[in-house]
Design a protein around this ligand. Structure first.
Ligand code: SAM
Length: 299
């Protein structure tokens, strides 16, 4: 009987040669023990390892006694290098891609070469392991059944606020990567958009010696961070954004605005909705969908 589709655990064949293809290998985000046995085997057996920063990866390889040649593969040469590596893969090569830390392709290089390999008809293998977003989420205490990973927020204040304002309401946990020198400004924006009580979690220095979770209302977390010099890598998470948060921006809900216009001016619902959409600078169908979402939430 074939193993295909079997529910049994599959243990990689340690004594078999590695199949040709592209291996996207996750590496630790701070704790070297988080490397997997499979990652070590793959890194040992591939022809080359494409690294975001060869010096950074050398430290990891040195620690585990791996001598596989490396090649640089980063944000600035991702396009040209992807083509070169795809040609090598097409000729039967076995290449691993690693980023400085965590899972390649997640706010890191990796996506372009995966697409190039797929386009060239080459097998692409994920070798899963550490990831900061998922590690932060599972220990955050926030809902895990629905979540959205947004990567880094824009560094400019105006754009950052717009992204926050446009987060879908009431739809699961929102996960962001954030830099320590920006976290205080970002939290100020979170408070301005969603109010002082918005529940946030910061997961700092995950898997490292000084791992820390800060959980609470955004105003409390800001007060805590104001007392210290904020350092270290971090993941910022927002609890599902409350529907009422829209009111904090001085806006009432679409439903309330429509109802007020119908009462004050005797408009039909569809005309009132058209007017509200125009005043908010959004399309009629968007306004209608938003109205329906609000009504569903109230049921
Ligand atoms: N590919 C990586 C992954 O799988 O998580 C993420 C790479 S991204 C360039 C780096 C960002 O991830 C950091 O700025 C920080 O927001 C987050 N991060 C990485 N390591 C972390 C850690 N140990 N603790 C908290 N956040 C971390």
């Amino acid at each position: 009987m074939s193993d295909e589709g079997s529910a049994e655990t599959y243990v990689g064949s340690v004594d078999k040669p590695l199949a040709p293809g592209l291996y996207l290998v996750a590496t630790p985000i701070g704790n070297l023990e988080d490397i997997t046995l499979r990652a070590l085997r793959v890194l040992r057996l591939v022809d080359r390892i494409a690294c975001e920063d060869t010096r950074q990866t050398q430290k990891l390889l040195h620690h585990f006694g791996i001598k596989t040649p490396t090649v640089s593969y980063h944000m600035h040469n991702e396009g040209s290098r992807s083509e070169e590596l795809a040609a090598e893969l097409k000729a039967g090569g076995r290449i691993a891609v690693v980023s400085d830390a965590g899972t390649p392709g997640i706010a890191d290089p990796g996506g372009q070469i995966a697409a190039a390999a797929i386009a060239a008809g080459v097998a692409v293998y994920p070798v899963p392991g550490a990831n900061a977003a998922i590690s932060g989420l599972i220990a955050s205490g926030l809902p895990t059944e629905g979540f959205t990973f947004h990567g880094f927020l824009p560094s400019k204040g105006g754009q950052r606020k717009t992204v926050l304002e446009e987060l879908p309401r009431g739809s699961g946990t929102h996960i962001f990567y954030e830099a320590p020198h920006r976290i205080e400004d970002t939290l100020a924006d979170v408070e301005a958009v969603f109010g002082a009580a918005q529940h946030v979690v910061i997961a700092r220095e995950l898997t490292k010696l000084h791992e820390e979770f800060l959980r609470g209302a955004v105003a409390e977390i800001r007060a805590e961070l104001a007392k210290r010099t904020v350092r270290g890598e971090m993941v910022l998470m927002l609890a599902p954004v409350a529907v009422e948060a829209a009111a904090l921006k001085g806006k009432t809900s679409i439903g309330a605005e429509v109802a007020a216009l119908m009462a004050a001016e005797g408009l039909a619902e569809k005309d009132a909705l058209k007017r509200v959409a125009r005043e908010r600078g959004i399309g009629k169908s968007n306004a209608y969908r938003e109205l329906q979402r609000e009504q569903n939430r109230l049921r």
